[in-house]
Design a protein around this ligand. Sequence first.
Ligand code: GLC
Length: 609
Amino acid sequence: MATEAPLYKDPTQPVEARVKDLLSRMTLQEKAAQMAQIERQVAAPATLTDLSIGSVLSAGGSAPRHGATAEDWADMVDQMQRWALASRLGIPIIYGSDAVHGHNNLFGATIFPHNVGLGATRDKELARRIGEATALEVRASGIQWTFAPCVAVCRDLRWGRCFECYSEEPEIVRMMTSIVSGLQGSPPEGHHSGYPFLAGGRNVIACAKHFVGDGGTHKGKNEGNTICSYEELEKIHMSPYPDCFDQGVCTVMASYSSWNGEPLHSSRFLITDVLKNKLGFKGLVVSDWEGIDRLCQPQGSNYRYCISASINAGIDMIMIPFRYDKFLEDLILLVESGEIPMLRIDDAVERILRVKFVSGIFEQPFSDRSLLDIVGCKEHRLLAREAVRKSLVLLKNGKDPKKPFLPLKKNAKRILVAGTHADDIGYQCGGWTITWHGDSGRITTGTSILEAIREIVGEETEVVHVPNPTASTLLALHQQEPFSYAVVVVGEVPYAEFLGDRTDLSIPFNGHDTISLIAGTIPTVVLLVSGRPLVVEPQLLEKIEAMVAVWLPGSEGGGVADCLFGDYDFHGVLPVSWFRSVDQLPLNSGSGASYDPLYPIGFGLRMFD
Ligand code: GLC
């Protein structure tokens, strides 16, 4: 008689029954391995098959090869899945990657504006649509899990991750969590808040991060210490999480930061008592990259302490990502010694299995090759272009408000486009693009702001592009034939995490001097390509005709030209306060009389009434 398939393999069974059945069949070694997430570079057949590792990830920029296609990615992930399915119980892996503004690890994918720009749109339906499109491009590459959205509430612009945040205002971050429903699909009426949900194979497991208070650290120090009352932590930094739970977010990532001196990765109060018990989160909690190693100083020294402190605090899956043998050896010893109760292990593995069963990965473990053509497709690029348009914030339009300078004329005889950021896809995409910290140059497919300007102006318009004109060059060019106007595009260079922590928020590459030189001769509009507000001196502001916050628009620079030349009006409003000086930071609305920004949160002009 054919042996009956075990209950956990039967998709008609309830998820909780499948979880219970599979858990009952697992050895301690297999349970420990399911709690391990390793980087793709160490994911070998023996590791995945013999150990039954729970998850594999790509660090920022960790692709199968330089310029890898979606097919290359899908081949890699499917191969790893075959190794995993060959394990004793055939538990599939879930593969994770940071698709934080489109599938930004994948060359040729649609790159959407970073979250700070989406916060300027205040458009929750747009966020949901972006999540939907991103999920398709991620699944096309075989990946099932994205470490997004970042729902940090950025309270200090000196933090290098403010561009990953929707706003300094919890209410704005809360509204933009609608991206979870785009990424995962929308749960049915009556869905139990906190229980994981995934609609199907065209959706991806989402990850609300980084729990909790990552955007509130002292002086905006990355991985720093958030010093505040529990009420303030709950009201400001925790408030977006229940919105994610209502949408069935499957995973939460713990923050590197500390709260009043206690690292989040070892905070039983916040991870177990609050996140799991009080807020009712039933999905899995994953550590950050080497997040547990930071619990011991020197980092990773007393690794057994790192493991027991984090797992006893309530973290379920550890983003190790390389030393998995040491992790597994120590974890098993800690359980056998009783330092980590078996109940805690079972809780962690139950949560991991619950997410896997809910995701449908047991039934559909491999990539869907019919999605391959969807990567970077026209429809997604048009959506990204719409998002760019809606994210732009018009800060000044005309030295005399009665004489608006924008929209620019499409049929001007001769125009100057200058600045380091006019023709650089890498700069306009920012961090987390192709590589972890991003880069300059043509790092992926897309349209630069200069290319978009060239496309939109008339044939008779001469577009002169000089990134950094000297005074003499500028004079000679202008005397040769006067420019009708200048578009000066400057801003920040890409960065990620601690690389972006900065107290000097002036425009890099002497952007101030470039603007001043050009605006002294030609009527000028300034476009700021940055992950946050930058210093704009009053006398410089007086010299220019107009200024637009472009944020980090991504691959579709066409959205910038659409508004600049009047095909669309500006709609964006500031998601963060624009300081006069960095000495004012942190500067947040609601801080009473001391709140004296150059432009307040919510500010944004229109061209047309
Ligand atoms: C990083 C980031 C986190 C990211 C993870 C995996 O250190 O803090 O946001 O998801 O590692 O790349």
